[in-house]
Design a protein around this ligand. Structure first.
Ligand code: PYC
Length: 316
């Protein structure tokens, strides 16, 4: 742990924080981003905890480790992590990373490609703060599963991939408001526990680690409002880029949204993404537009003489 000093730039995308590690991160070599993420988890997890957990971070922080890409057509490589582990793709984080790289003078307005452990995403930096990402191929995996959730009753939803695995509940147990976040979190945890108990997974037994509830939008020009429970127990303040991708895949599979039609997804705090998709043979390619703003530059330090909290802890 001696002598860690990580330079980070923080941003928020529609309310959801991204902390990009721009220097002083773990030495992961030059393998594929998939392999580098495995090495990060195995040998250098204390860097993740230091950046995402208290007292330097907090539960909602999603980290993005800036890496040299293997594919030289990409402007950057990104490995996403949070308070408890690592996530495949991150839509809000990619938007935040694009705005941060522009803020650093590393990319200009226009098209770019970023490499992630689950594939390459295209990014259109439309202005200093507005970004459209073209996510990896997303698809509905199992539709209309009825779950009997203790304390909640019957809940119907779909399993879908949007760069992470989601269970998308067709409705919400209570109104999607900030005042109900505690209740929504408890209910989403109950849905997640029921999926585990019933052995319902993503492809190849993958854990479904994101749960979404949907309800009516509050704004007259939005299509839907959501609540998204992330793997570490925090909720997504943005409408969730990978979750919106999974939602589009389900709408497409159900014939409820045509290619190129706009879907405006509101988050539980009222921020929004505009989304649409192109159809592919096995799913869809989603496009998600949102805004991000830089909020801080910092150097995170682990003092070698600090006996208390050198690697951070989960406060919640
Ligand atoms: O925007 O994809 C997303 C995301 C995943 C977890 C938090 N945000």
């Amino acid at each position: 742990m001696a002598g860690i000093q990580m330079q980070v730039i923080d941003s928020h995308t529609e309310g959801e924080p991204t902390r990009m590690v721009i220097a002083g991160g773990p030495p992961l070599g030059s393998g594929s981003l998939f392999d580098r993420r495995a090495l990060f988890a195995k040998e250098f997890d204390h860097y993740r905890s230091l950046a995402a957990n208290e007292p330097r971070g907090y539960d909602a922080v999603v980290g993005a480790l800036l890496c040299e890409p293997v594919d030289k057509s990409c402007a950057a490589g990104l490995i996403f992590f949070n308070n408890t582990g690592y996530i495949g793709m991150c839509g809000h984080g990619t938007i935040g990373a694009a705005v941060t790289l522009a803020h650093m003078g590393k990319i200009g307005i226009g098209q770019h490609r970023f490499e992630t452990p689950v594939g390459i995403v295209s990014v259109d930096l439309r202005s200093a703060n507005e970004v459209t990402i073209q996510n990896i191929q997303s698809y509905a995996y199992i539709r209309d599963i009825a779950l009997d959730v203790p304390g909640l009753g019957s809940i119907t939803g779909d399993v879908a991939w949007g760069g992470n695995w989601f269970f998308l509940c067709h409705s919400s147990p209570c109104e999607l408001t900030v005042a109900n976040i505690g209740e929504l979190t408890r209910q989403a945890e109950a849905v997640k526990a029921t999926l585990v108990k019933q052995g319902i997974t993503g492809r190849d037994g993958a854990e479904i680690d994101h749960i979404e509830f949907f309800g009516p939008a509050h704004a007259h020009d939005a299509n839907s409002r959501n609540f998204v429970l992330c793997p570490g127990g925090a909720y997504d303040r943005s409408p969730c880029g990978t979750g919106t991708s999974a939602k589009l895949a389900c709408l497409a599979a159900a014939g409820k949204l045509k290619p190129g039609e706009t879907w405006v997804q509101e988050s539980v705090i009222g921020s929004r993404f505009e989304a649409s998709y192109q159809a592919t043979a096995n799913g869809i390619i989603p496009s998600i537009t949102g805004r991000a703003y830089v909020t801080a530059h910092a150097t995170l330090m682990a003092d070698p003489l600090d006996p208390l909290l050198p690697a951070g802890f989960r406060g919640a």
